[in-house]
Ligand binder design. Structure first.
Ligand code: MN
Length: 294
C-alpha cells in the first residue's frame, strides 16, 4: 500500500507555519506523510528541529520536503557566482533535511523556480548542462545524508528545463547516483504530457514520489483530471511509493502569489471545511488504490 500524504500549505498561505500543529492534524485525519517546504529549516533552532523530529516519531508520521529554488540560487544560471551560491545553498538544505532524518526532497530544486532564461532560439542546452554539473556536486551531499533528490517535472510557466517525464528521466540518467529520482505531479502532467498513462510508464523505473492535484489545483477529484487512468497506471507499473496530495485553494499570502491562486477556489474557506476535504482526499485515493490493485 502506498504511503499517503498531504502538503502543509493546503491550510496555510505562508511557507513557514506551525509544523507541529499540522503534524498532529495530518495524523488525526489519517495521513502517513506531511510534506512542507524545506527552506524554513534553515532558520530553525536545533531544539525546534528536535521537537519536530520527536513529534513525527511519536506520531509515526513521515516528514517529506520540497523546494521552489529562489532565482538568486539558480544552479542552472549562466552566472558562475549564482551557480556556486546555489550549490552551497542546496547542500545546506540537504544537510538540514538529513539532520531531520528526511528521506526525500523534491520540487524545482535543479534550477531557479520560474527561471526561463533560454537563448533567443529557445535553446536551453547550456542551462541544462549547468544544472547537471551543479547537481553532480549536490547529489554527493544527498548520498552522504541518505536523502533522495527528487527531480520534479513542472509546467512551462514554472520552469523551462524539465517539463515532462521524459525530460526528468533523461536528466536523472545523466547523474550517476542512486540518490536521485523522478517526481511526477498530476497538475503539471495535465498541462505538459500527451498521456498520463504513457508518462507514468516511461518514468516508472525512476519514480521516487508522486504528487496529486487536480487541473485547477483543488483536491484530486474536484476538477476534470481522470484519476482512474492515473491510479490504474500507477498500479500497472506496481508503484508502491509515496503519493502526496498538493492542493492549493486560497488566494493571498506568499503561497497564493507564488502558486498564482487569484481567487478562493472553495465555496467554504474555513479550516474545518479543509479538514473535511483532506479526509475526502484520503478516502478518494485509498478507494482508487484498492480498486486498481485488486
Ligand atoms: Mn508538486
Amino acid at each position: 500500500m502506498n504511503k499517503l500524504g498531504i502538503f502543509i500549505n493546503f491550510w496555510e498561505n505562508n511557507w513557514n507555519v506551525d509544523h507541529i500543529k499540522y503534524m498532529k492534524k495530518a495524523k488525526d485525519i489519517g495521513f502517513d506523510i506531511l510534506e512542507f517546504q524545506a527552506q524554513p529549516l534553515l532558520d530553525m533552532s536545533k531544539e525546534h528541529m528536535e521537537d519536530m523530529k520527536k513529534t513525527a516519531a511519536d506520531l509515526n508520521l513521515e516528514l517529506t520536503y520540497s523546494l521552489g529554488l529562489n532565482p538568486q540560487y539558480d544552479v542552472s544560471s549562466m552566472d558562475e557566482q549564482v551557480r556556486n551560491a546555489g550549490i552551497e545553498y542546496l547542500k545546506n538544505i540537504v544537510e538540514h533535511v538529513g539532520y531531520m532524518g528526511g528521506k526525500i526532497i523534491s520540487g524545482v530544486s535543479y534550477a531557479g523556480w520560474r527561471c526561463c532564461s533560454v537563448d533567443s532560439n529557445g535553446d536551453k542546452k547550456h542551462l541544462l548542462e549547468n544544472s547537471l554539473r551543479s547537481m553532480r556536486k549536490i547529489v554527493k551531499t544527498a548520498e552522504d545524508n541518505g536523502v533522495i533528490y527528487a527531480v520534479e517535472a513542472v509546467n512551462r510557466f514554472e520552469g523551462c528545463l524539465i517539463n515532462t517525464a521524459k525530460e526528468a528521466v533523461e536528466y536523472v540518467e545523466q547523474i550517476d547516483s542512486d540518490n536521485i529520482g523522478v517526481l511526477l505531479d498530476t497538475y503539471h502532467m495535465n498541462i505538459e504530457e500527451n498521456s498520463f498513462w504513457d508518462a507514468i510508464h516511461l518514468a516508472s523505473d525512476k519514480l521516487v514520489s508522486f504528487h496529486t492535484g487536480d487541473n485547477n489545483r483543488r483536491c484530486p477529484g474536484r476538477g476534470h483530471i481522470d484519476f482512474d487512468e492515473i491510479f490504474k497506471a500507477l498500479a500497472d507499473v506496481k508503484y508502491d511509493g509515496r503519493i502526496v496530495s498538493e492542493p492549493f485553494v486560497a488566494k493571498g499570502g506568499e503561497v497564493g502569489e507564488a502558486i498564482a491562486v487569484w481567487r478562493n477556489l472553495e465555496s467554504d474557506m474555513s479550516p474545518e471545511y479543509r479538514d473535511q476535504e483532506a479526509a475526502y482526499i484520503l478516502d478518494f485515493e485509498k478507494q482508487l488504490i484498492h480498486y486498481y490493485n485488486k
